[in-house]
Design a protein around this ligand. Structure first.
Ligand code: ZN
Length: 663
């Protein structure tokens, strides 16, 4: 439910609560290649943590780094072999000014950014720009072993072309390069297996969450469980070792229980233990330090069942959390007053705990590209019985804001000087506010009717769920309640959020799509669905795309009318979710969310290209050093911000890589 990625960057960072400047001179814009830019984030207030908290954080960050190889292998079974071979050539090839070598360096940077050979967002395989002939001789010159089969996967555009296939009517598993299903598995095989093993009890196990499904020689489908002693054992053993080290520095018994349960789950692969872990995690509300570590989000699996390994270690931003605490206290009011039908509302809104956090490290599927908000756990029954935790990651949004200052984007794509002014004044504040509403109230709102499952919407489930959370946020950010609660300063501030969402959803997010391609990613589909549906239903010209001097812009004529449209769509999408109405979901997505107007697309790409910006951002992590005393206890933890992108990845590959190349 996370992966709320940044939509466009505010020009001015308003949220000034934690701007303590570290002594180190920090380079925020680290690297840029293809459509990708690498930024650096700060960890403000790290120094204000106690030594015990810093020590806990340190071991959790180590546990986060040890899972890196897992996500490479989950993304495609060739990834580790390719990464290791290319890294070896990179380190040992003598002529480092060779044009072919420089092209290979760019390729390697891209592999690191995507945790593999497919674009992290579009899912398309990217091809090397260096020649196959050069590469083969470079492998020989550096004594690097790489099978022809793997070289063929790198260079042949037809092989493993898509990390995840979402094309209606195709076999979603046979046509996906992702490694959640073994060779020879079909969608039918997987669906049959899941249907046979599905847990239909009231407190179900999430069957398939932590396993690869494979076919044995007799053609029987089997699970290979991710656990110590199972698939990915070598990496998980290191994760467990560091979690065990972390145990001695826990802040309280609730937090200790969380880590103990997680260790037990990694050691056994037992999904009942995973449920106990998730419940303990939701209940741990007092600790300053918190973390996610495990097989979590299911966007990478075409069937949305198996979790990608990720980690995010963080601590509470106490000042900014006051904002989300207000929303959480009023959760019931928001649920009661939403435009959805009463039969789809939650009678009781339980434990929506929301906080603003400072990320301390990003790992696995959260690195280098990272979400700005997270809402977990994903199991609906746990959310209903025990609540969920929702976070906004403010030091990451601050880093985006810093990187975007004065980049010319708003000036190029916003219609009026007034829109730009509003954006500069309220953009950052309302972005954070939208994230809070989306994560803390949106995903947590509403209920499913008896007998309906979250899987009923199948391949459209993720996009519909994101639209539901976004619409909830959009509907309420314009509500007078936001001013009354002291979250927004006046009744007009929300307008820049409406403008930004409409502009982005219908126009500017197209910069992320290659010419001729459809929109596939769930969050992008969600945003275009909302914007294009609103435009199609704007019978009183509430909003429209207009042309001025040969360029197209979003124009909003009636903000309150637009709010009513958002409310209307929210009502319908809540109905679809509550009833599991697959046909209606499919109809909405296919009508509004997938297809791109080719002329508009071309114009937007050309305008964007002139700005020389990269549409996708990722991060380098800070470096933590722990000093250990003679009794084995941590005596000091040091943080620094000077490691480059290439250095960081080479270090991770050298120091945190224990998985075999073929798993
Ligand atoms: Zn979301």
């Amino acid at each position: 439910m996370k992966k709320l990625t940044i939509i466009f960057c505010a020009a001015i960072a308003l949220m000034g609560c934690n701007k303590k400047q570290p002594e180190q001179k920090i380079n925020y814009n680290v690297d840029k290649f293809y459509d990708l830019e690498v930024l650096r984030y700060e960890v403000p207030d790290f120094e204000s943590l106690t030594l015990k908290q810093q020590s806990l954080l340190y071991y959790l960050t180590e546990a986060a780094l040890w899972g890196r190889d897992i996500i490479y292998d989950q993304n495609c079974r060739y990834n580790l072999r390719i990464r290791r071979a290319v890294e070896n050539v990179y380190l040992n090839y003598t002529d480092k000014q060779d044009q072919q070598f420089l092209l290979m360096e760019k390729y390697l940077k891209r592999v690191w950014f995507s945790n593999g050979i497919h674009h992290h967002y579009s899912e398309d395989k990217f091809l090397p720009e260096f020649t196959r002939e050069w590469f083969v001789q470079a492998l020989q010159a550096t004594d690097t072993q790489l099978d022809d089969e793997v070289i063929e996967v790198m260079f042949n555009p037809a092989l493993m072309a898509k990390r995840m296939c979402q094309t209606d009517g195709m076999d979603l598993i046979a046509n996906s390069a992702g490694n959640y299903y073994g060779e020879g598995m079909t969608q039918q095989d997987a669906e049959n297996w899941y249907a046979q093993h599905k847990d239909t009890t009231a407190e179900p196990l999430w069957i398939g969450l932590n396993a690869q499904l494979v076919k044995d020689e007799q053609g029987n489908v089997q699970e290979r469980v991710y656990k110590v002693g199972g698939l990915y054992s070598a990496a998980l053993e290191k994760v467990v070792e560091n979690l065990t080290n972390a145990l001695q520095y826990t802040e309280n018994d609730e937090q200790k229980l969380v880590i103990e349960k997680l260790i037990a789950y990694y050691q056994t692969g037992n999904l009942q233990t995973f449920n106990e872990y998730a419940i303990a995690w939701v209940k741990d509300l007092k600790s300053r330090v918190d973390f996610v570590n495990g097989f979590t989000e299911v966007y990478g699996d075409p069937l949305g069942i198996t979790g990608a390994w990720e980690s995010l270690v963080n601590f509470k931003n106490i000042e900014a959390t006051k904002r989300t605490a207000i929303l959480a206290e009023n959760a019931k009011w928001f649920e009661d007053n939403s435009p959805t039908d009463p039969q789809y509302k939650k009678e009781e809104v339980k434990g929506v705990s929301a906080k603003v956090i400072t990320a301390a490290i990003l790992g696995g599927d959260c690195y280098p590209a990272t979400p700005i908000g997270i809402n977990l756990p994903n199991a609906n029954w746990i959310r209903k019985e025990y609540g969920s935790k929702s976070v906004t990651i403010q030091n990451i949004t601050d880093a985006y804001d810093k990187a975007a200052q004065g980049n010319g984007f708003a000036e190029e794509f916003m219609l009026n000087e007034e829109d730009i002014q509003m954006h500069n004044t309220y953009g950052s504040l309302t972005d954070n506010c939208h994230t809070d509403l989306h994560e803390c109230l949106g995903h947590a709102s509403g209920k499913l009717l008896p007998g309906v499952s979250k899987d009923d919407l199948k391949e459209h489930g993720s996009a519909i769920e994101e639209a539901r959370a976004d619409l909830f946020a959009l509907y309420y950010i314009a509500d007078p309640k936001m001013v009354e609660l002291g979250i927004l300063p006046n009744k007009d501030a929300y307008k820049t959020q409406y403008y930004g969402q409409m502009m982005n959803g219908a126009i500017t997010q197209l910069v992320r799509i290659e010419p001729g391609k459809d929109i596939e990613e769930a969050h992008m589909r969600n945003r275009q669905l909302i914007a294009n549906w609103a435009l199609a239903h704007a019978t009183h010209n509430e909003a429209a795309i207009i042309e001025k001097d040969g360029k197209h812009y979003m124009q909003i004529n009636d903000y309150e009318g637009l709010r009513l449209l958002f409310g209307e769509l929210l009502k319908e999408i809540q109905r679809i979710t509550s009833e599991g109405d697959y046909d209606a979901a499919k109809q909405l997505i296919e009508t509004y969310a997938v297809k791109v107007n080719p002329e508009l697309h071309q114009e937007i790409l050309a305008r964007y290209q002139k700005l020389n910006l990269a549409p996708y951002k990722g991060f380098v992590n800070p470096v933590y050093k722990a000093y250990i005393g003679q009794d084995g206890k941590v005596v000091d933890v040091n943080i620094s911000y000077d490691e480059g992108y290439v250095e960081q990845h080479l270090r991770y590959s050298r120091d945190y890589s224990v998985l075999p190349s073929v798993n």
